[in-house]
Design a protein around this ligand. Structure first.
Ligand SMILES: Nc1ncnc2c1ncn2[C@@H]1O[C@H](COP(=O)(O)OP(=O)(O)OP(=O)(O)O)[C@@H](O)[C@H]1O
Length: 229
């Protein structure tokens, strides 16, 4: 479980997180929801140790230390994380050398699934193709948690469907997924939990199925209640 407790974050004078507490469990897809600038990417980066919290704690399966974090969690950022001159096959080789948890056969399976050409260069990929390559890099390691920042942003409808298929496939298996997206209406059927951020705090933390069954509401309905109030 990824447990965020009382997270505060300030960038100079700007207060972004003001006591955020929530968990992302293994076997579940948890979505961080919030308007632009709510602090979703900041939270993902803080989990990866890429930006420090001003206050609060992050524990992965009860452990606060950052050691071996990269073997446990994959992070798929919203931009290409590889040098533009790399061919995709070189990117895969780099990852295989760097990560003990790298699973080459899964990487090749994902390359085929997304119909990526290993000879293409990272810097020449279209936005959607770059996003697919990001998913290959993030999902090919045998990690227990996967963090994805806006995996659907700017991607054509059929590619979104492909990425959605990956969400519900055995490529995710029993891993814990923490994702941010603005395309809630298109992906909410894939989500287990939604954590709604507002004014630096968690405004709602919902079990999507329960809210659907017991209150007849979609995540989008709950978002309207929170953000239009
Ligand atoms: N390195 C930084 N220095 C200063 N301010 C920053 C930095 N990174 C983020 N911010 C600010 O922190 C706030 C939260 O940014 P963040 O990227 O976490 O939001 P977000 O919820 O992911 O937004 P979006 O939905 O637009 O992607 C924004 O106001 C942003 O301008």
């Amino acid at each position: 479980m990824i447990r965020i407790e009382n997270a505060h974050k300030r960038y100079r004078w700007r207060k972004v997180l003001d006591g955020v507490t929530f968990s992302a469990e293994k076997g579940q897809i948890t979505c961080l929801v919030g308007m632009n600038g709510a602090g979703k990417s900041t939270l993902l980066k803080a989990i990866m140790g890429l930006t420090p919290l001003s206050k609060g704690s992050i524990r992965i399966d009860g452990v606060g230390s950052k050691r071996e974090l990269y073997e446990k969690i994959s992070f798929i950022p919203d931009h290409a994380a590889m040098p533009g001159g790399f061919r995709l096959e070189e990117g895969l080789r780099f990852m295989a050398d760097y990560y003990k948890s790298w699973n080459e056969s899964r990487a090749q399976e994902l390359m085929t699934f997304f119909r990526l050409d290993p000879r293409d260069r990272v810097g020449n990929l279209s936005k959607g193709t770059a996003a697919k390559f990001g998913l290959v890099l993030g999902l090919a390691a045998d990690t227990e948690f996967v963090l994805m920042d806006e995996p659907f942003s700017g991607i054509d409808v059929f590619s979104r469907e492909m990425i959605g298929d990956v969400f519900s496939s055995r490529l995710i298996e029993d891993r814990g997924v923490l994702v941010t997206t603005h395309e809630i209406d298109e992906v909410e059927h894939l989500l287990d939990r939604a954590v709604l951020l507002k004014d630096g705090k968690v405004a709602r933390d919902i079990d999507c199925e329960q809210v659907r069954d017991e209150q007849g509401k979609s995540v989008l309905d709950v978002m309207r209640e929170v953000y239009r109030a």
